[in-house]
Ligand binder design. Structure first.
Ligand code: FPP
Length: 252
C-alpha cells in the first residue's frame, strides 16, 4: 500500500464528516468468481487485492480505524478445500505485505481467537502484530476466526475468572474485555454483496453504528464507492437514542 493518492485513489471533494472507525463485511467474493466462471478461491484472491485499494483509500480519506471481517467462526463449515485455500491466502498476504504495511504506519491487530488456526498462520499473525505495533497512521483490525457471540462469551468468562462482582459488570467493564478493548465502536459498517445483516460481526460494538449496504461484490467495491458510503454517512443524523441536534432534519 505504498504511497499516495497518485496510486489509484482519485482525490475526491473534501468530505465534511469522516467516520473515525469503519468496519467492513467483505461479502460476494464467491459470486464475483462464479460470474466469471472462476473457482471461488479466485474471488478471494481478488478480494485480497481489493483490501489493498480500500486500505489505501481509508488512509487517504483520514479514517483512523478499519476493521475487516476476513473469516468467521462459522466459515469453518465451508468445504475443506475453500477453508484451507482461504487460510493459506491470508498467510501469504501477511508474508507479502508486512514490510509495506509497517513502512506505511499501519498497525495490525487481530480480533478473534488464534486457537484452531494453522500453527504457521498463528505465528505469522503474532509476528505481524508485533512488527506493526508502532504504526500510527491507521489501525487495521482483521477479524479472523471471529464470532461476535463468542467474543461476548469469552469476555464474560474472563470477567468471572478475574473475580468481578455482579455490581462491577457494567457496559464499560464488559467492553474492556472484548477483543476491541480500548478502541471506539465502529461509526460505519459497510456490507457488500447486498445482504442486510450483521452475521455475528461486532454485535456488541455495532449498537449505534450506521449501516451501509451495497449490491456491489467485494472485489469490485472500489475507492469511489467507499467515498459514496462516506458521503452517505455524512448525511445521517446520529442520535444515539436521544433527539437529533437542533437544526438537523427529523426525517433522516
Ligand atoms: C465473503 O465472500 C468473503 C470471505 C468469507 C472472506 C474474505 C477474505 C478476503 C477478502 C481475503 C483478504 C482479507 C484480508 C484481511 C487481507 P463469500 O465467499 O461469502 O462470497 P459469496 O457470498 O458470494 O459466496
Amino acid at each position: 500500500m505504498s504511497g499516495s493518492a497518485a496510486q489509484g485513489v482519485s482525490t475526491p471533494a473534501k468530505l465534511s464528516v469522516i467516520p473515525q472507525h469503519v468496519a467492513i463485511i467483505m461479502d460476494g467474493n464467491g459470486r464475483w468468481a462464479q460470474q466469471r466462471g472462476l473457482p471461488r478461491l479466485a474471488g478471494h484472491r481478488a478480494g485480497t487485492e481489493n483490501v489493498r485499494r480500500i486500505l489505501r483509500a481509508c488512509v487517504e480519506y483520514g479514517v483512523k480505524i478499519l476493521t475487516l471481517y476476513a473469516f468467521s467462526t462459522e466459515n469453518w463449515s465451508r468445504p475443506r478445500e475453500e477453508v484451507e485455500g482461504l487460510l493459506a491466502l491470508l498467510s501469504q498476504v501477511i508474508d507479502r505485505e508486512l514490510d509495506e504495511l509497517r513502512r506505511n504506519g499501519v498497525q495490525l491487530r487481530h480480533l478473534g481467537t488464534l486457537e484452531g488456526l494453522p500453527d504457521n498462520l498463528q505465528r505469522r499473525i503474532r509476528e505481524a502484530i508485533a512488527a506493526t505495533a508502532a504504526g500510527d497512521r491507521i489501525i487495521v483490525n482483521v477479524a479472523l476466526n471471529y464470532g461476535g457471540r463468542r467474543e461476548i462469551v469469552e469476555a464474560v468468562q474472563r470477567m468471572m475468572k478475574d473475580g468481578l462482582t455482579a455490581d462491577q459488570v457494567t457496559e464499560q467493564a464488559l467492553a474492556s474485555y472484548l477483543y476491541t478493548a480500548g478502541l471506539p465502536d465502529p461509526d460505519l459498517i459497510i456490507r457488500t454483496a447486498g445482504e442486510m445483516r450483521l452475521s455475528n460481526f461486532l454485535i456488541w460494538q455495532a449498537a449505534y453504528a450506521e449501516f451501509y449496504s451495497t449490491p456491489t461484490y467485494w472485489p469490485d467495491f472500489g475507492p469511489e464507492e467507499l467515498y459514496q458510503a462516506l458521503v452517505a454517512y455524512g448525511q445521517r443524523v446520529r442520535k444515539f437514542g436521544g433527539l437529533p441536534p437542533s437544526g438537523a432534519s427529523q426525517s433522516q
